[in-house]
Design a protein around this ligand. Structure first.
Ligand code: PXG
Length: 302
């Protein structure tokens, strides 16, 4: 049990939804025999709530149930109950604007890989206040680097499965930190741009919006789908196409998308300045459109 000594853990009295019950964070315990811990055997979702409403709930639920299904993991509750559990957790913590982490593990069982060695998958939901990027970063943008760690080969496990094994991405994140950046772009096994460690990537080139296709082995992010739709609504030519690092270097604008980051402008990649070195015109339009969605002013179904 956490004894409160780790300064990096949330220090507040959070309530966690664990297998049907709302419990205090100190009582939210999973077994050392849980296959989620022993083998990374499970799936998770990172979701956000804005003004008391869960953003793109359906898309996140679709992804977690599809991902679980793809690894033969039966989520012990239905989609509706899962959604209600998320709202119950937000309410228990009095949170209107929050980060939501939903996790499904194969559950506790004997040692050994075989999934039959576990009987009861476990579900838990953590909600907490967001530590947002400073607002000025959305104007100024940020630098990223290319990691030498490549994205997992999509033929090993589909990137659509948001599995509990993120070690590759963590390795790339360490590379980013060591280079003084917050994010790193990962290439795929063919050398094409895939995505960042927890964000998708877009480039703007001659008025067109480019992003790598699902076949590049990327997670088809919910934010990415919203941004593609917002681009189409603005009649921007949108291309899902394989991109090289060179395409990024010579782009007019570049930005990341993700649940946590929303739309984050990129100013430098591997020390090369992108465009004017601050948020680009198209990025700014899309960010404003995106914020209108999060405020519930426009509806985008993905
Ligand atoms: N690629 C990867 C590899 C991700 O893990 C995204 C893209 C963006 O997808 P969404 O659906 O968020 O637009 C992700 C999302 C966390 C955290 O706590 C990670 C993500 C999302 C939220 C929180 O590290 N990854």
């Amino acid at each position: 049990m956490w004894n409160g000594s780790n300064p990096y853990l949330p220090g507040t009295d959070l309530k966690v939804w664990l297998d049907g019950k709302i419990v205090h964070m100190n009582d939210a315990k999973v077994s050392v025999f849980d296959h989620g811990l022993l083998y990374g055997d499970g799936v998770f979702e990172g979701i956000r709530a804005y003004n008391g409403k869960v953003f793109q709930m359906e898309a996140h639920m679709r992804r977690v149930y599809e991902g679980a299904g793809a690894i033969c993991l039966k989520i012990p509750i239905g989609k509706e109950e899962f959604g209600k559990a998320i709202y119950d957790t937000l309410r228990a913590n009095n949170l209107q604007n929050a980060y939501i982490r939903a996790v499904v593990t194969r559950g506790a069982g004997y040692l050994g890989l075989h999934p039959a060695k576990t009987a009861n998958p476990s579900v838990f939901i953590i909600t907490c206040a967001l530590s947002l990027y400073p607002l000025e970063l959305y104007e100024k943008g940020m630098p990223i680097v290319t990691a030498s760690t490549i994205r997992n080969h999509p033929h090993a496990l589909s990137a659509q499965v948001k599995s509990l094994n993120y070690l590759n991405n963590i390795m790339a994140q360490i590379e980013a930190t060591q280079a003084g950046a917050v994010e790193a772009v990962m290439l795929n096994h063919q050398g094409y741009v895939a995505e960042c460690t927890g964000d998708n990537i877009f480039a703007v080139r001659k008025g067109e919006l480019w992003t790598p296709p699902a076949s590049a082995g990327i997670l088809e992010g919910v934010t990415r789908a919203v941004v593609l739709e917002l681009g189409r609504r603005r009649r921007i030519p949108v291309c899902e196409k394989n991109m090289t690092r060179h395409d990024l270097y010579v782009s007019d604008e570049c930005f990341l998308t993700g649940t946590g980051a929303e739309i984050m402008p990129i100013t430098h990649i591997d020390q090369r300045q992108i465009g004017c070195g601050k948020i680009g015109v198209m990025t700014k339009q899309l960010l404003e459109d995106f914020w209108a969605c999060t405020r519930g002013e426009t509806d985008v179904q993905v």
